[in-house]
Structure formats: C-alpha cells, structure tokens
Design a protein around this ligand. Structure first.
Ligand SMILES: Nc1ncnc2c1ncn2[C@@H]1O[C@H](COP(=O)(O)OP(=O)(O)OP(=O)(O)O)[C@@H](O)[C@H]1O
Ligand SMILES: [Mg+2]
Length: 249
C-alpha cells in the first residue's frame, strides 16, 4: 500500500547517488505525504543521511528526480530548495558552538527571502521551546545535548519549512531527553509541518510517524504504514530486537 498521489508533498523517483565512483543509493523511490510524518529506518551505512542530503540538494543525483509540490527541483541547488521551504536538521546538529543560541537560530533564515520574517520566526520558536528563550544568550557549545538538539530543530524551523527533514534527532541523548525530543517532534507535526524523519530509535520513530520506509544497503526494501512496520516480523527482529507481535503505542 503506497501513499495516495494527491497527498504527496515530496516525491523521490529512482535516485542513484554516488560518492566518487562508489554508488551508495540504488533506485531509491519514496514519497512524503503533506501534513504527515514519514520515516526512513535502516542500519548504519544504509544510506539514510545520503538520501536526506540528496533531497536537500547538498548531493547531486546521477539519475532520477526530486519532485516538490509537483515541481521538478532535481536541478536546483541547495539554497533554491531552502527558498522552497525544504529544511534539513543535519545529523550531529552542526551548531556553531561559539555563537549564542539566538545567533544559531538566526542562521536558519540567512537567505534574503527569510530575513524580514526573522523576528516573527524567533518568537514562534521561543514559544515552542521556552528553554531556548531562557538560554538565548548562552553559547550553543555549552548547551546540554538535548538543548543542542532543540536549538538545531529550532534553527530548522526558522525558515517556516513546508518539509522539515530530521536526521537522527535523538542520537546520543539520554533516555529522558529522547522522550522529550520525540514529544517535540509530535508537537511540531501536530501543528501541520510535514516531516521526513530518519531515526536510529526505531521504536519511537515508528510510533511518531504515519508511514515508513526500510532502507538496506542503499535500497528501499520495505514500506508501509508505520503501525504495520512496527508489527512486521523482519522489522521486529532486525531493528527492534524482538520477534514477537506487540501493538504500537
Ligand atoms: N562523504 C562520503 N564519501 C564517501 N562515502 C560516503 C560518504 N558519506 C557516506 N558514505 C558512504 O555511503 C554509505 C551510506 O552512508 P550514510 O551516511 O548515508 O548512511 P546512514 O544510513 O545515514 O548511516 P548512519 O545510520 O550510520 O547515520 C556508507 O557506506 C558510507 O560509508
Ligand atoms: Mg546517517
């Protein structure tokens, strides 16, 4: 069962991506439904980050197309995709440690089209993450891991994305902070932001998403509604460390 065509905000068609002579994505196709959370799960090195970077325009695709809102954006550079409100919160956060929280957030709307909206966006982000407001003058490098992730997500939201891509948002966080980050993601999704989520924490990732894709060594091997994947025998054994049937939620 694939996602209904009318709902598609993003469609990746048949992407082949290489680093030099080494091909790592092989005919990747998937779609992201508007207003929903779609996830990609898979082992280390499967190609999840490569996929997000290709959608963001950071990496070129050899063949295949990236369609956003019905528009072919395959040839557009990364900044033009930001202008079309695609936002990537990269793996490992990549904040500027010696800049304040607020300066980091402001980097999320560095393109001319977004600058005039910066003040309103900041207010919105501070409403969403009061802790960032309290710490707005603090250097980002001195924030806790969870606060740094909030700051990175906040920066990603500054450009009012129609598509927010999150790469391993809970990586390296203590269990309590993992809970908190996934609560925020659910909250952002609830506000209608379309999310493409890559998650190492497969349990939470499937619980917070509506539809998912399983990626294995550069190929999509399985897709379906997240609750179905959650109960899939292969997914349970390979990613959830159990083979028994249990219910999501
Ligand atoms: N800059 C690069 N140059 C060469 N090969 C790379 C580069 N980045 C990634 N790769 C390779 O591409 C493959 C896919 O990597 P990618 O980072 O997309 O995986 P991933 O699914 O995000 O893994 P993880 O769960 O560990 O983050 C891996 O084999 C990796 O070694
Ligand atoms: Mg990765």
């Amino acid at each position: 069962m694939s996602q209904a065509p009318a709902e598609k905000l993003l469609e990746a068609q048949n992407l082949d991506v290489s680093y030099g002579v080494t091909q790592v994505l092989w005919g990747i196709s998937f779609s992201v439904a508007r207003g929903k959370v779609t996830c990609i799960i898979g082992s280390n090195g499967a190609g999840k980050t490569t996929t997000l970077n290709t959608i963001a325009g950071v990496l070129p695709t050899k063949t295949g197309r990236v369609i956003l809102n019905g528009e072919d954006v395959t040839a557009l550079p990364a900044r033009e995709r930001v202008n079309r409100h695609i936002s990537l919160v990269p793996e490992g956060r990549q904040l500027w440690p010696n800049m304040s929280v607020e300066e980091n957030l402001m980097m999320g709307c560095f393109l001319p089209n977004f600058r005039h909206k910066a003040h309103g966006s900041l207010t919105r982000i501070y409403d969403l993450f009061p802790r960032l407001k309290e710490r707005r003058r603090q250097m980002a490098g001195t924030l806790s891991g969870g606060e740094q992730q909030m700051c990175a997500i906040g920066r990603g939201l500054m450009s009012e994305p129609q598509l927010l891509m999150l790469d391993e948002p809970s990586l390296g966080l203590a269990p309590k902070l993992v809970d908190e980050i996934f609560e925020f993601i659910a909250n952002i999704a609830h506000q209608g932001v379309t999310i493409l989520l890559v998650g190492q924490n497969v349990n939470y990732t499937l619980q917070v998403s509506h539809y998912g894709y399983v990626m294995e060594v550069g190929r999509i091997t399985l897709e379906g509604p997240s609750d179905m994947l959650f109960n899939n025998e292969h997914v349970r054994r390979a990613y959830l460390g159990t083979g028994e049937e249990v219910s999501a939620g």
